[in-house]
Write a protein that binds this ligand. Structure first.
Ligand code: UT7
Length: 324
């Protein structure tokens, strides 16, 4: 009994940027990118494809699947670190676009773990207020925070949005439990500065720009260990055997991170959903986009136990179990 996913949706920008396209921008190769990351293409937003617009379409698709109208939505939460404005929130723009007149709306920032953290929050909200219908979205346009001269990062990220409609059901399905963590001490290994401050006293001596900065190797090491720990801890706490997992949807960061994680856990490859080759790392949007694809492709059957896990800037990380 708990917070059930009633519908899923996603929306990707039209423009496809291939590894061969990147070869013309920075000194890299399709071969290097494919073998080091598993990524072949990513989507990049063009005019009219701001994060809130992708989020709105993803939300509409999720509502359509759930059979819920915009007027019935009580709360809109958007996990994002790349909305086109700081204020109002991305969620307020989505509320306006959808015409979700009674919904209150706000954003959360937990970087790539934003959707997972939102899922936990929505689960607890719905257990406290069972009549509500909630639209939870992960939406990113990280192309606007990418240094297109930095080959260490510009090959990794992509734009997109994924959404779920959630409501409480007196049924033996829904969010089972989650296990979330943060460690602010490690912030500088993966970060993105705000715009220069209007108060000069608050600026760092040299403003590094508002693009993503990353120590790739360090992030890699922490990501595998942290997700493995969060998953094993959660399974032990909930007395769930790994064999009973129907599908795992990890944050789509990098195929090497995912392969390492999966082999350390001992999960068979066919139980892991991977689409990083198509979209790259879409941060908070990656899990809900993958969830939408998995559900529409019939990879999730009623009563399946779904395992999701993520890792991102902060650091933030965790895992959750959902009975489908
Ligand atoms: O949500 C979490 C977000 N972050 C991540 O998921 C990132 C995690 N980290 C990674 O995925 C990997 O560390 C990267 C894919 C970013 C890099 O792979 P790596 O195997 O750790 O490479 P590296 O940084 O150790 O660099 C190896 C070499 C270097 O050259 P030298 O110093 O050995 O001559 C780099 O300069 O590869 C070079 N290199 C590249 N070469 C061609 C770095 N980026 C590129 C590139 N194309 N795009």
């Amino acid at each position: 009994m708990g917070a059930v996913i009633l519908g899923t949706g996603s929306c990707l920008p039209d423009r496809v940027l291939s590894n061969h396209d990147l070869e013309k921008i920075v000194e890299t190769s399709d071969e290097w990118i494919r073998t080091r990351t598993g990524i072949k293409t990513r989507r990049i937003s063009g005019k009219g494809e701001e994060a809130y617009r992708l989020a709105t379409v993803a939300g509409q698709r999720a509502m359509e699947m759930a059979g819920v109208t915009a007027e019935e939505i009580d709360l809109i939460v958007v996990a994002t670190i790349s909305s086109h404005m700081l204020m109002p929130s991305c969620a307020c723009f989505v509320q306006k676009e959808l015409g979700a007149v009674k919904a209150f709306a706000f954003d959360i920032n937990a970087a790539c773990s934003g959707f997972l953290f939102g899922l936990d929050m929505v689960d607890k909200y719905l257990r406290a207020d069972r009549e509500k219908k909630i639209l939870l979205i992960g939406a990113e346009t990280l192309s606007s925070h990418t240094d297109w001269e930095d080959r260490n990062t510009c090959i990794l990220f992509g734009d997109g949005a994924g959404a779920v409609v959630m409501g409480y059901r007196d049924e033996a399905r829904g969010v089972v439990a989650s296990n979330l963590f943060s460690d602010g001490n490690l912030w500088s290994l993966l970060c993105m500065h705000a715009a220069p401050s209007c108060n000069p006293d608050l600026n760092p001596p040299q403003h590094p720009g508002t693009h993503i900065l990353m120590e790739g190797r360090e992030v890699f090491k922490y990501a595998v260990k942290a997700m493995e720990g969060a998953v094993l801890d959660l399974l032990a706490r909930e007395k769930v055997d790994l064999d009973t997992i129907g599908l795992m949807i990890p944050h789509q960061a990098n195929i090497r991170i995912l392969n390492k994680l999966v082999s350390r856990l001992g999960l068979p490859a066919e139980k892991v959903f991977i689409n990083v080759q198509k979209y790259g790392n879409t941060s908070a949007a990656s899990i809900p986009i993958a969830l939408d694809e998995a559900s529409r492709e019939g990879r999730l059957k009623p009563d399946d136990l779904l395992l999701v896990c993520s890792f991102g800037g902060g650091f933030t990380w965790g895992a959750a179990l959902v009975r489908w």
